[in-house]
Ligand binder design. Structure first.
Ligand code: MG
Ligand code: NI
Length: 472
């Protein structure tokens, strides 16, 4: 048996290694994704006061601080048993939309557009963001501008871009200044134009990727996403909707406090990252996908005008349920448009400039769960405290975890279809790392490492000799 190992998939965020085993005939026998967890963050937080959790957990990941901050703040709201002021809820959602736009822009333009624009088989020396800048300067500039816009929303609200501590238990700690609102509003038309132009471009090139669409994690799984009472997409609020592989709703409007009745956490061989599953069905049949594709497959609509037109077209083209993980890209662009439109709606709500922004209370409940849709999917923070408010137990389920089994299966599907050990070409291994990029996993969240976690792919021969590797 030969094995290929892709170590440090580099255009992914957060240590992860993929090994691809070849049989004696040079064909792929199997694949494995190894994710090494650095430290037990949950254990580390025991004994800390609950109200410090937002700023502590925002340091779990340098890539997703805003998402942890929001999920943690919501768990603290539950421990205090408060309903936060309306203005605070609007402002938290606005911050969240900024995070969505910047994160989706980074994933699409910076990490994945080199494959889509220059080709999966193009020269790896130029298959990067600089290569895109040279050959497709407008698209590269659009990507930079859109990401910057999202970052400016975050910094406008939270001042610090990296670990904003502006979101606190009970609300937020400073109101929105009218000048900041006006500045964000002024940037919205360009952001909207960029996302629409990118969607048009992406839909125009889809036909070039028939083989990838057919084989990039084209799987029957369940799906999960947060929706409101009417079944529309929710990023900051809402309950969990689970659908089966045929698109039937199997559970709906599950509140954060009940997540543990529906979500079990399985352990995969060779990985410290757990694999959540839909408990009533069991593992592995209850494996589900979250994130942009999970959300587009669970929600009834987005709830903003332009995103809803795109949502309808997405399902018209691809079906009621879209099973190929290649379409995470497509779904991500629709969500970027939703994020921009949702910002506009929030900023035009007269309550957004309100001064009532924080509820104060002590410990009124010894347990609290916070749940949001992070850009990569559902993020859950669950804390238990003692009467003094010290954390006695914590469980975090990160977005990338939910997709763990699907990512593993997708890697195997791509490797078996594209990798030929006898006539190995770089583009084959690049497709293996590209399917991982389609999910936009955060291995930093998953491993609790700080900073970027690279992906390393190794191709291993029958005796375990490394035949080739790719570090991206
Ligand atoms: Mg956990
Ligand atoms: Ni992260």
């Amino acid at each position: 048996m030969k094995r290929i190992t892709i170590d440090a998939v580099t255009r992914i965020e957060g240590h992860a290694k993929i090994s691809i085993q070849l049989d004696d005939g040079g064909q792929v026998a199997g694949t494995q994704l190894h994710i090494t967890q650095v430290r037990g963050f949950e254990k580390f937080t025991e004994g800390r006061p609950y109200y410090e959790m937002p700023s502590i957990t925002a340091r779990i990941c340098g890539i997703c601080p805003v998402s942890h901050l929001l999920a943690s703040s919501r768990a603290c709201d539950a421990i205090m048993s408060v309903r936060i002021p309306e203005t605070a809820a609007l402002l938290r959602e606005l911050l969240h939309c900024g995070q969505f736009v910047q994160s989706h822009a980074l994933s699409f333009f910076h990490l994945s557009s080199p494959d889509l624009l220059l080709g999966f088989d193009s020269d790896p020396a130029i298959r990067n963001v600089l290569g895109v800048l040279q050959k497709f300067p407008e698209i590269a500039r659009d990507g930079i501008a859109l990401r910057k816009f999202g970052q400016e929303v975050i910094s406008g609200l939270a001042k610090e871009r990296i670990h904003p501590s502006w979101t606190v238990p009970g609300g937020v700690n400073a109101p929105l200044q009218p000048a900041v609102r006006d500045k964000i509003l002024a940037g919205l038309p360009e952001a909207k134009t960029i996302v629409r132009r990118t969607l048009k471009f992406f839909k125009g090139v889809l036909d070039q990727f028939k083989e990838e669409i057919e084989n990039f994690g084209n799987l029957p799984t369940m799906y999960a996403g947060l929706v409101d009472a009417a079944g529309k997409l929710q990023l900051y609020d809402g309950g969990i909707r689970f659908k089966d592989a045929e698109g039937r709703i199997v559970a709906d409007h599950i509140p954060a406090s009940d997540y543990h009745k529906y979500i079990g956490e399985a352990t995969l061989a060779n990985s410290y990252l757990k694999a959540p599953y839909y408990m009533p069905i069991g593992f592995p049949e209850g494996a589900y996908r979250v994130g942009p594709l999970g959300r587009m497959n669970t929600a009834k609509s987005c709830g903003t005008p332009l995103a809803d037109v795109e949502f309808a077209e997405f399902h018209q083209r691809l079906g009621k349920v879209v099973p190929s993980s290649f379409h995470f890209h497509y779904a991500r662009l629709i969500e970027a448009l939703y994020g921009v439109e949702r910002m506009e709606a929030l900023l035009n709500d007269s309550a957004i400039l309100g001064k009532q922004i924080r509820a104060h209370a002590g410990v009124n409940s010894l347990e609290g769960v916070g749940m949001i849709e992070a850009p990569r999917g559902i993020l859950i923070h669950h804390y238990k405290v003692n009467e003094e408010g010290a954390i006695t137990w914590a469980n975090l389920i990160v977005a990338t975890g939910h997709n763990n089994l699907a990512i593993n299966r997708s890697i195997e599907q791509v490797a078996k279809h594209f990798v030929d050990g006898k006539h190995l070409q770089e583009g084959m291994l690049n497709r293996v790392s590209a399917i991982v990029r389609a999910y936009d996993p955060c291995f930093s969240c998953s491993t609790h490492a700080s900073g970027q976690v690279p992906l390393h792919i190794q191709l291993l021969g029958p005796e375990g000799v490394v035949l080739d590797e790719l570090k991206s």
